[in-house]
Design a protein around this ligand. Structure first.
Ligand SMILES: CC(C)(COP(=O)(O)OP(=O)(O)OC[C@H]1O[C@@H](n2cnc3c(N)ncnc32)[C@H](O)[C@@H]1OP(=O)(O)O)[C@@H](O)C(=O)NCCC(=O)NCCS
Length: 171
């Protein structure tokens, strides 16, 4: 079984916020950011699997900070865990101060992609071995998020979500 590290899938997309991409108070549309994140995540999933990939779910998005017109926005995507055919992709979004160049974390999101063949049938992907402390934390929590996503999508019975049940168990 082929093994890869998160850095193998690292995808960084940097672009400006243009007037057509803003809301009436001059900040970036959420949908525009979602599209940029989907593109970056899709490339990361493709780099990990080297297969056709499709978005299976958007598990979490936090729009913590407004992103003003003219901002330089960087979306960083990396695989945080690979399962059989599915991959969790973690996205960090940064904005850059015009004068200092310092980066501030604006948003983050978690997407799930599935590798498929030409017929759209799921195929096995390489396993992922995390390296840094943050990558290990994200890897550990990913199974819990996968079960939650499957339960919310009606694809797993809550009783089968062992990782979620473990969260609420008191011993
Ligand atoms: C994603 C898709 C391939 C899954 O197909 P499926 O018939 O549910 O296949 P499976 O049940 O075998 O699931 C395949 C994998 O996806 C995972 N998965 C499916 N739905 C999921 C969800 N909502 N959240 C997290 N993982 C999910 C399964 O757990 C499984 O993972 P694993 O192989 O790593 O264990 C299928 O639903 C699809 O093609 N959807 C449309 C994708 C698309 O067009 N996206 C763009 C929208 S514009």
């Amino acid at each position: 079984m082929e093994i890869k590290n998160p850095k193998d899938s690292l995808t960084v997309i940097t672009d400006l916020v243009l007037p057509s991409e803003t809301n009436p108070i001059g900040n970036m549309f959420g949908g525009e950011l979602l599209a940029r994140m989907d593109r970056a995540a899709s490339i990361a999933a493709r780099r990990h699997s080297r297969r056709i990939v499709v978005t299976a779910s958007v598990n979490h998005v936090a729009f913590n900070k407004m992103i003003p017109l003219g901002s330089v926005v960087t979306v960083e995507a990396k695989i945080s865990r690979a399962f059989k055919s599915s991959m969790e992709v973690f996205l960090d979004v940064w904005i850059e101060d015009r004068e200092s160049g310092n980066r501030t974390k604006a948003n983050e999101a978690i997407y799930t992609f599935v590798a498929v063949d030409e017929m759209g049938i799921p195929v096995t992907v390489p396993q992922l071995v995390p390296e840094t402390v943050l990558e290990k934390e994200r890897f550990e929590a990913a199974l819990r998020r996968k079960q939650l996503s499957l339960v919310l999508a009606g694809k797993m019975k809550p009783a089968e979500a062992t990782e979620l049940k473990a969260l609420f168990e008191t011993t």
